[in-house]
Every structure is written in C-alpha cells, then in structure tokens.
Design a protein around this ligand. Structure first.
Ligand code: PGA
Length: 262
C-alpha cells in the first residue's frame, strides 16, 4: 500500500485524475473500474476538464462500475446509472457500448452477476479500479464480513450505510434501497491497480483500520494490504487517525522523481 496524504481533497483528486489520464494516454483501450458517491466527484470533474481542454480521449476506453441499487430504474435521480451520466459520461466520449453498470432492475440477479463477471473477463480485466471507502470500511458495497473471495452478487446494505446515504434520499434512511448488486472483493482484488480515495474526518477511523489494523473481513478495505499495487489518496482529515502519518509523508517526499505519479 502506498499512502499519499494531500492537504486538501481537491489536490488528491487532481493527483488521482492525473493517474487515470496517464493510463488512458499510454493505453487507450484501458479498462477502468469506476466508483460513485461524493468522493470521486472532483476527480471526474478534472477528467472532464482534461477531455475538454487537453483532448484527453476516452473513445477506446471501457468502464465497469462497482455497484448499483436494486430496484431503481436507470433514470431514477439516485441511481448510479444517473449519477454516472450526470457526473462523467455525458461530458466525455466513452462509447455507450463500452460502459457497464450493474442493472438494478434485472429479474435474474444471479444470472446478471455471472454475466457481469464474464464481461469484465472478456474485456481483459480491470486495469485501474477507483474506490471510495464507507465509514464502516466497505469497498464497493461489500459490507463488513463480506468474503474476501466474493464475486459480483447481491448484498444487503448495513444500517450504517443506509444512514450515510440517507443524505441522497431526503435524509431518510428508510428511502435508501436495502439491496444492491456489487462487484465482490475478489473482483476488486483482481484489478491490476487500485486507487482508493478517502476524504474528511468521517472516514478517518476506517482509513486507520484499513491501513494499520489487521487484515480482517470486519473491515473489508483492509484486504487492500494484500493488493500488489494499491494507492491510498487522502486529505489531512481522513489521515488524522493514522499513527504513522509522518512516516507516509516522509516516504512520499523522498520518492525518486521517476517513481512519482501522484
Ligand atoms: P462517499 O461513499 O464517497 O459518498 O463517501 C463512499 C462509499 O460508500 O464507498
């Protein structure tokens, strides 16, 4: 794990966008794993700016989203289909047929999930997976004690997640769908590179557990300690409970220039 602590979330998102942009320039057919939620929004804004101002070309890029609520139409304002169109897809040039998001309206959840895994494999696997982290340590919607071997499947959201996401549903946790389809932890771990972003004090406990605590399924993100290429981009607030924050800053400041990508 490489822990990078930036002063502000905007700085971390710009660093994250540069990593995505470099990959897309070097490998135009790159397969990106995408996340929703508040965290990656400034990163998507920067990608849109790079597309507009610098001609960053996504015409051969393929994307797979981590998750979607079950029971929400793709046109529902809180569906992740809608989120992706509003916050990224409508403003850049990824072909529609190259964008994949779990279908929250499928009548055959297990069949859909098997097919989603097959589509990821057929695309050659995910080159770079963008992740946020839940305050309960989830990645994707893999809630505590999700199996580290899990693949794309249905999950029931934890009460903490319903509470966290109530802000998108008139502040009412009862309006948040109870179920979702999410890539599994095994699916996420198969990505060649992982970029996890976490900002704000509300994430500091999960970030400390993920980074410095034991690897344990009660804190799903802790499995990233076993990923060969995981970068954790934090702001100062999300890093505030890390015991070795000074060490991570020192390592980052002393990196050889050729190794710097954020
Ligand atoms: P957030 O969600 O970016 O809205 O905080 C993160 C997550 O639940 O993974």
């Amino acid at each position: 794990m490489e822990v990078v602590i930036k002063q502000a979330s905007e700085d971390a998102c710009i660093a994250g966008a540069r990593i995505v942009a470099r990959l897309v320039r070097e490998k135009p057919t790159a397969v990106l794993g995408l996340a929703t939620g508040g965290t990656p929004l400034p990163l998507y804004c920067e990608l849109i700016r790079m597309h507009r101002d610098e001609g960053l070309d996504f015409s051969r890029t393929t994307t797979f989203n981590l998750d979607e609520y079950l029971g929400l139409e793709p046109t529902h304002p809180q569906s992740y289909h809608h989120f992706m169109r509003e916050n990224l897809f409508d403003a850049i040039n990824i072909p529609v047929e190259n964008r994949h998001i779990p279908d929250g309206m499928t009548s055959d959840v297990p069949g859909f999930c098997r097919d989603y895994e097959r589509r990821i494999r057929d695309a050659g696997g995910i080159d770079l997976q963008i992740l946020g982290i839940g305050s309960d340590g989830h990645i994707g919607f893999n809630e505590p004690v999700s199996s580290f071997a899990s693949r794309t499947r249905i999950k029931t959201l934890a009460k903490e997640t319903l509470q966290d996401n109530a802000r998108f549903f008139d502040g009412d946790p009862d309006k948040v769908p109870r179920h979702c389809i999410t890539m599994g932890i095994g699916t996420i771990m198969d990505a060649r590179r992982v970029l996890l972003l976490a900002f704000g004090e509300s994430k500091s406990r999960a970030v400390a557990g993920m980074t410095e605590g034991p690897v344990a399924s009660v804190l799903p993100a802790s499995i990233l300690q076993h990923h060969p290429d995981a970068k954790i981009l934090l702001d100062n607030a999300a890093a505030s409970e890390l015991k070795r924050a000074d060490y991570y800053r020192w390592v980052y400041e002393n990196k050889p220039d050729w190794q710097r990508d954020a």
